[in-house]
Write a protein that binds this ligand. Structure first.
Ligand code: RFL
Ligand code: PHB
Length: 389
């Protein structure tokens, strides 16, 4: 098999890269080690920046997004006794959309399978070779157990945090640097058949810990509770979860709406950046190169920003035979990555309780500041809705 760009991983980064390249006349093959059902069911992000919506729309992926996605003009910040709305269009002229990552992935997979570039699920033993030459290759075993070789001009490592590509960059002796922070808390996330009792997302600070009220549709709520990373999901009955949420979102005259919990899991929180995002003809994008804690809703949006840059760089490299954008890719992408890393760390630090009384007073002071100063609110709004490309 031969292709111009071999893409490892059919998450949002890999699928969108394949689509953007196809629109520019560059062929690719996407290799995914999970099944289609698994990839389409994985519950993850829910908030799309305006940039992301624009990119998906321009890539012809906007039909269902504009029909079913919920346009949001802001978020609520809450601390005891106060629920304050930040009005994003008034603050920065931009907005965000609620449209699940599962839906983005379903749309991209459907487009790919309807005449797009090849997308192979259930592959295994993926190994990248010769990335320091102009003809790298990917060895893998296909769904029928047959060993195959994909000859490429370029390989894109869009295989997420646990994929094999980042280690190949590290082995290159290019002076790979890693930065990491693990946080002393985790999120317990649920999906519930309950109409959201709020028009916009609620980010709530509470002495018991942070809580986030999000949604997927007018009938499905997505809610999160800060818990200790050592907590086991088996110890959280549905009643205990609803009680925790009711306490943390409590506000006079407002009530939480409950319903059947259809999914629940505990997610660790970390910040992680790996640089450079390239070795020779292997380019990393998305979670393969960086992870942010979900409090800023940035992970999926960063993955999209990476592949927009990468697709331009690859078009220039493979069609015009010019290396300038490919050479600039890592540094350019990392500038945005570090901005989002800072914003996600800042939101996380402002909203999660540590048990320390001094920290709590600093957090409440910061929350009051964001809720009373237009300048402070605008700084949050610009970062949350996404700095323009
Ligand atoms: P993905 O989605 O992890 O996709 C990588 C793909 O690579 C495959 N893979 C392999 N394929 C072949 N061979 C191998 N050896 C392979 N190893 C792995 C995997 O199976 C997978 O299909 O990475 P990508 O494409 O970079 O996308 C990144 C996003 O998924 C991630 O950043 C977001 O989900 C983060 N995130 C959020 N981001 C936002 O922008 N807004 C949000 O509101 C938001 N909320 C969240 C989130 C992430 C969460 N979790 C579960 C970590 C909420 C949560 C709870
Ligand atoms: C979600 O809906 O899953 C979601 C929303 C906002 C966040 C994180 C996750 O900051």
């Amino acid at each position: 098999m031969r292709t111009q760009v071999g893409i490892i991983g059919a998450g949002p980064a890999g699928l969108l890269l394949s689509r953007l390249l196809a629109l520019q006349g560059i062929d690719s093959v996407v290799l995914e080690n999970r099944s289609r059902e698994y990839v389409e069911a994985r519950v993850r992000a829910g908030i799309l920046e305006q940039n992301t919506v624009d990119v998906l729309t321009e890539a012809g992926m906007g039909d269902r997004l504009h029909r079913e996605g919920l346009e949001h003009r802001g978020i609520h910040l809450q601390y005891p006794g106060v629920r304050h709305q930040l009005d994003f269009p008034a603050l920065c002229g931009r907005r965000v959309w609620v449209y699940g990552q599962t839906e983005v992935v379903k749309d991209l997979v459907a487009a790919q399978l309807a005449g797009g570039p090849p997308l192979l699920f259930d592959v295994s033993d993926v190994a990248v070779e010769d990335v320091d030459t102009d003809s790298p290759r990917i060895r893998f075993t296909d769904a029928d157990g047959v060993a195959r070789v994909l000859e490429c001009d370029v390989v894109a490592g869009t295989d997420g945090f646990h994929g094999p590509s980042r280690a190949v960059v590290a082995e290159g002796g290019s002076g790979q640097q890693l930065w990491e922070r693990t946080y002393p808390y985790a999120w317990l996330g649920i999906l519930a058949d309950a109409p959201p009792a709020t028009d916009e997302l609620i980010y709530a600070w509470h002495p018991d810990g942070f809580a986030l009220y999000s949604m997927r549709s007018p009938s499905v709520s997505r809610l999160y509770l800060q818990v200790d990373p050592s907590e086991r999901i088996e110890d959280w009955s549905d009643d205990r979860i609803w009680e925790g949420l009711a306490t943390r979102f409590a506000l006079d005259g407002w009530e939480l709406s409950t319903g059947r919990i259809t999914e629940k899991s505990i997610l660790p929180m970390r910040s992680f950046v790996s640089a450079p995002m390239r070795r020779g003809r292997l380019f990393l994008a998305g979670d393969a190169a960086h992870i942010v804690p979900p409090t800023g809703a940035k992970g999926l949006n960063l993955a999209v920003a990476d592949v927009v840059l990468l697709s331009r760089a690859l078009v220039r490299l493979l069609q015009d035979k010019e290396t300038d954008l490919a050479d600039a890719y890592s540094d350019t992408a990392l500038r945005r990555v570090w901005r989002a890393t800072h914003f996600s760390w800042w939101m996380t630090s402002m909203l999660h309780t540590s048990g320390d009384a001094f920290d709590a007073q600093l957090q409440l002071s910061q929350l009051r500041r964001v809720c009373s100063s237009e300048a402070a609110a605008r700084e949050l709004a610009e970062n949350y809705t996404g700095l323009p490309y």
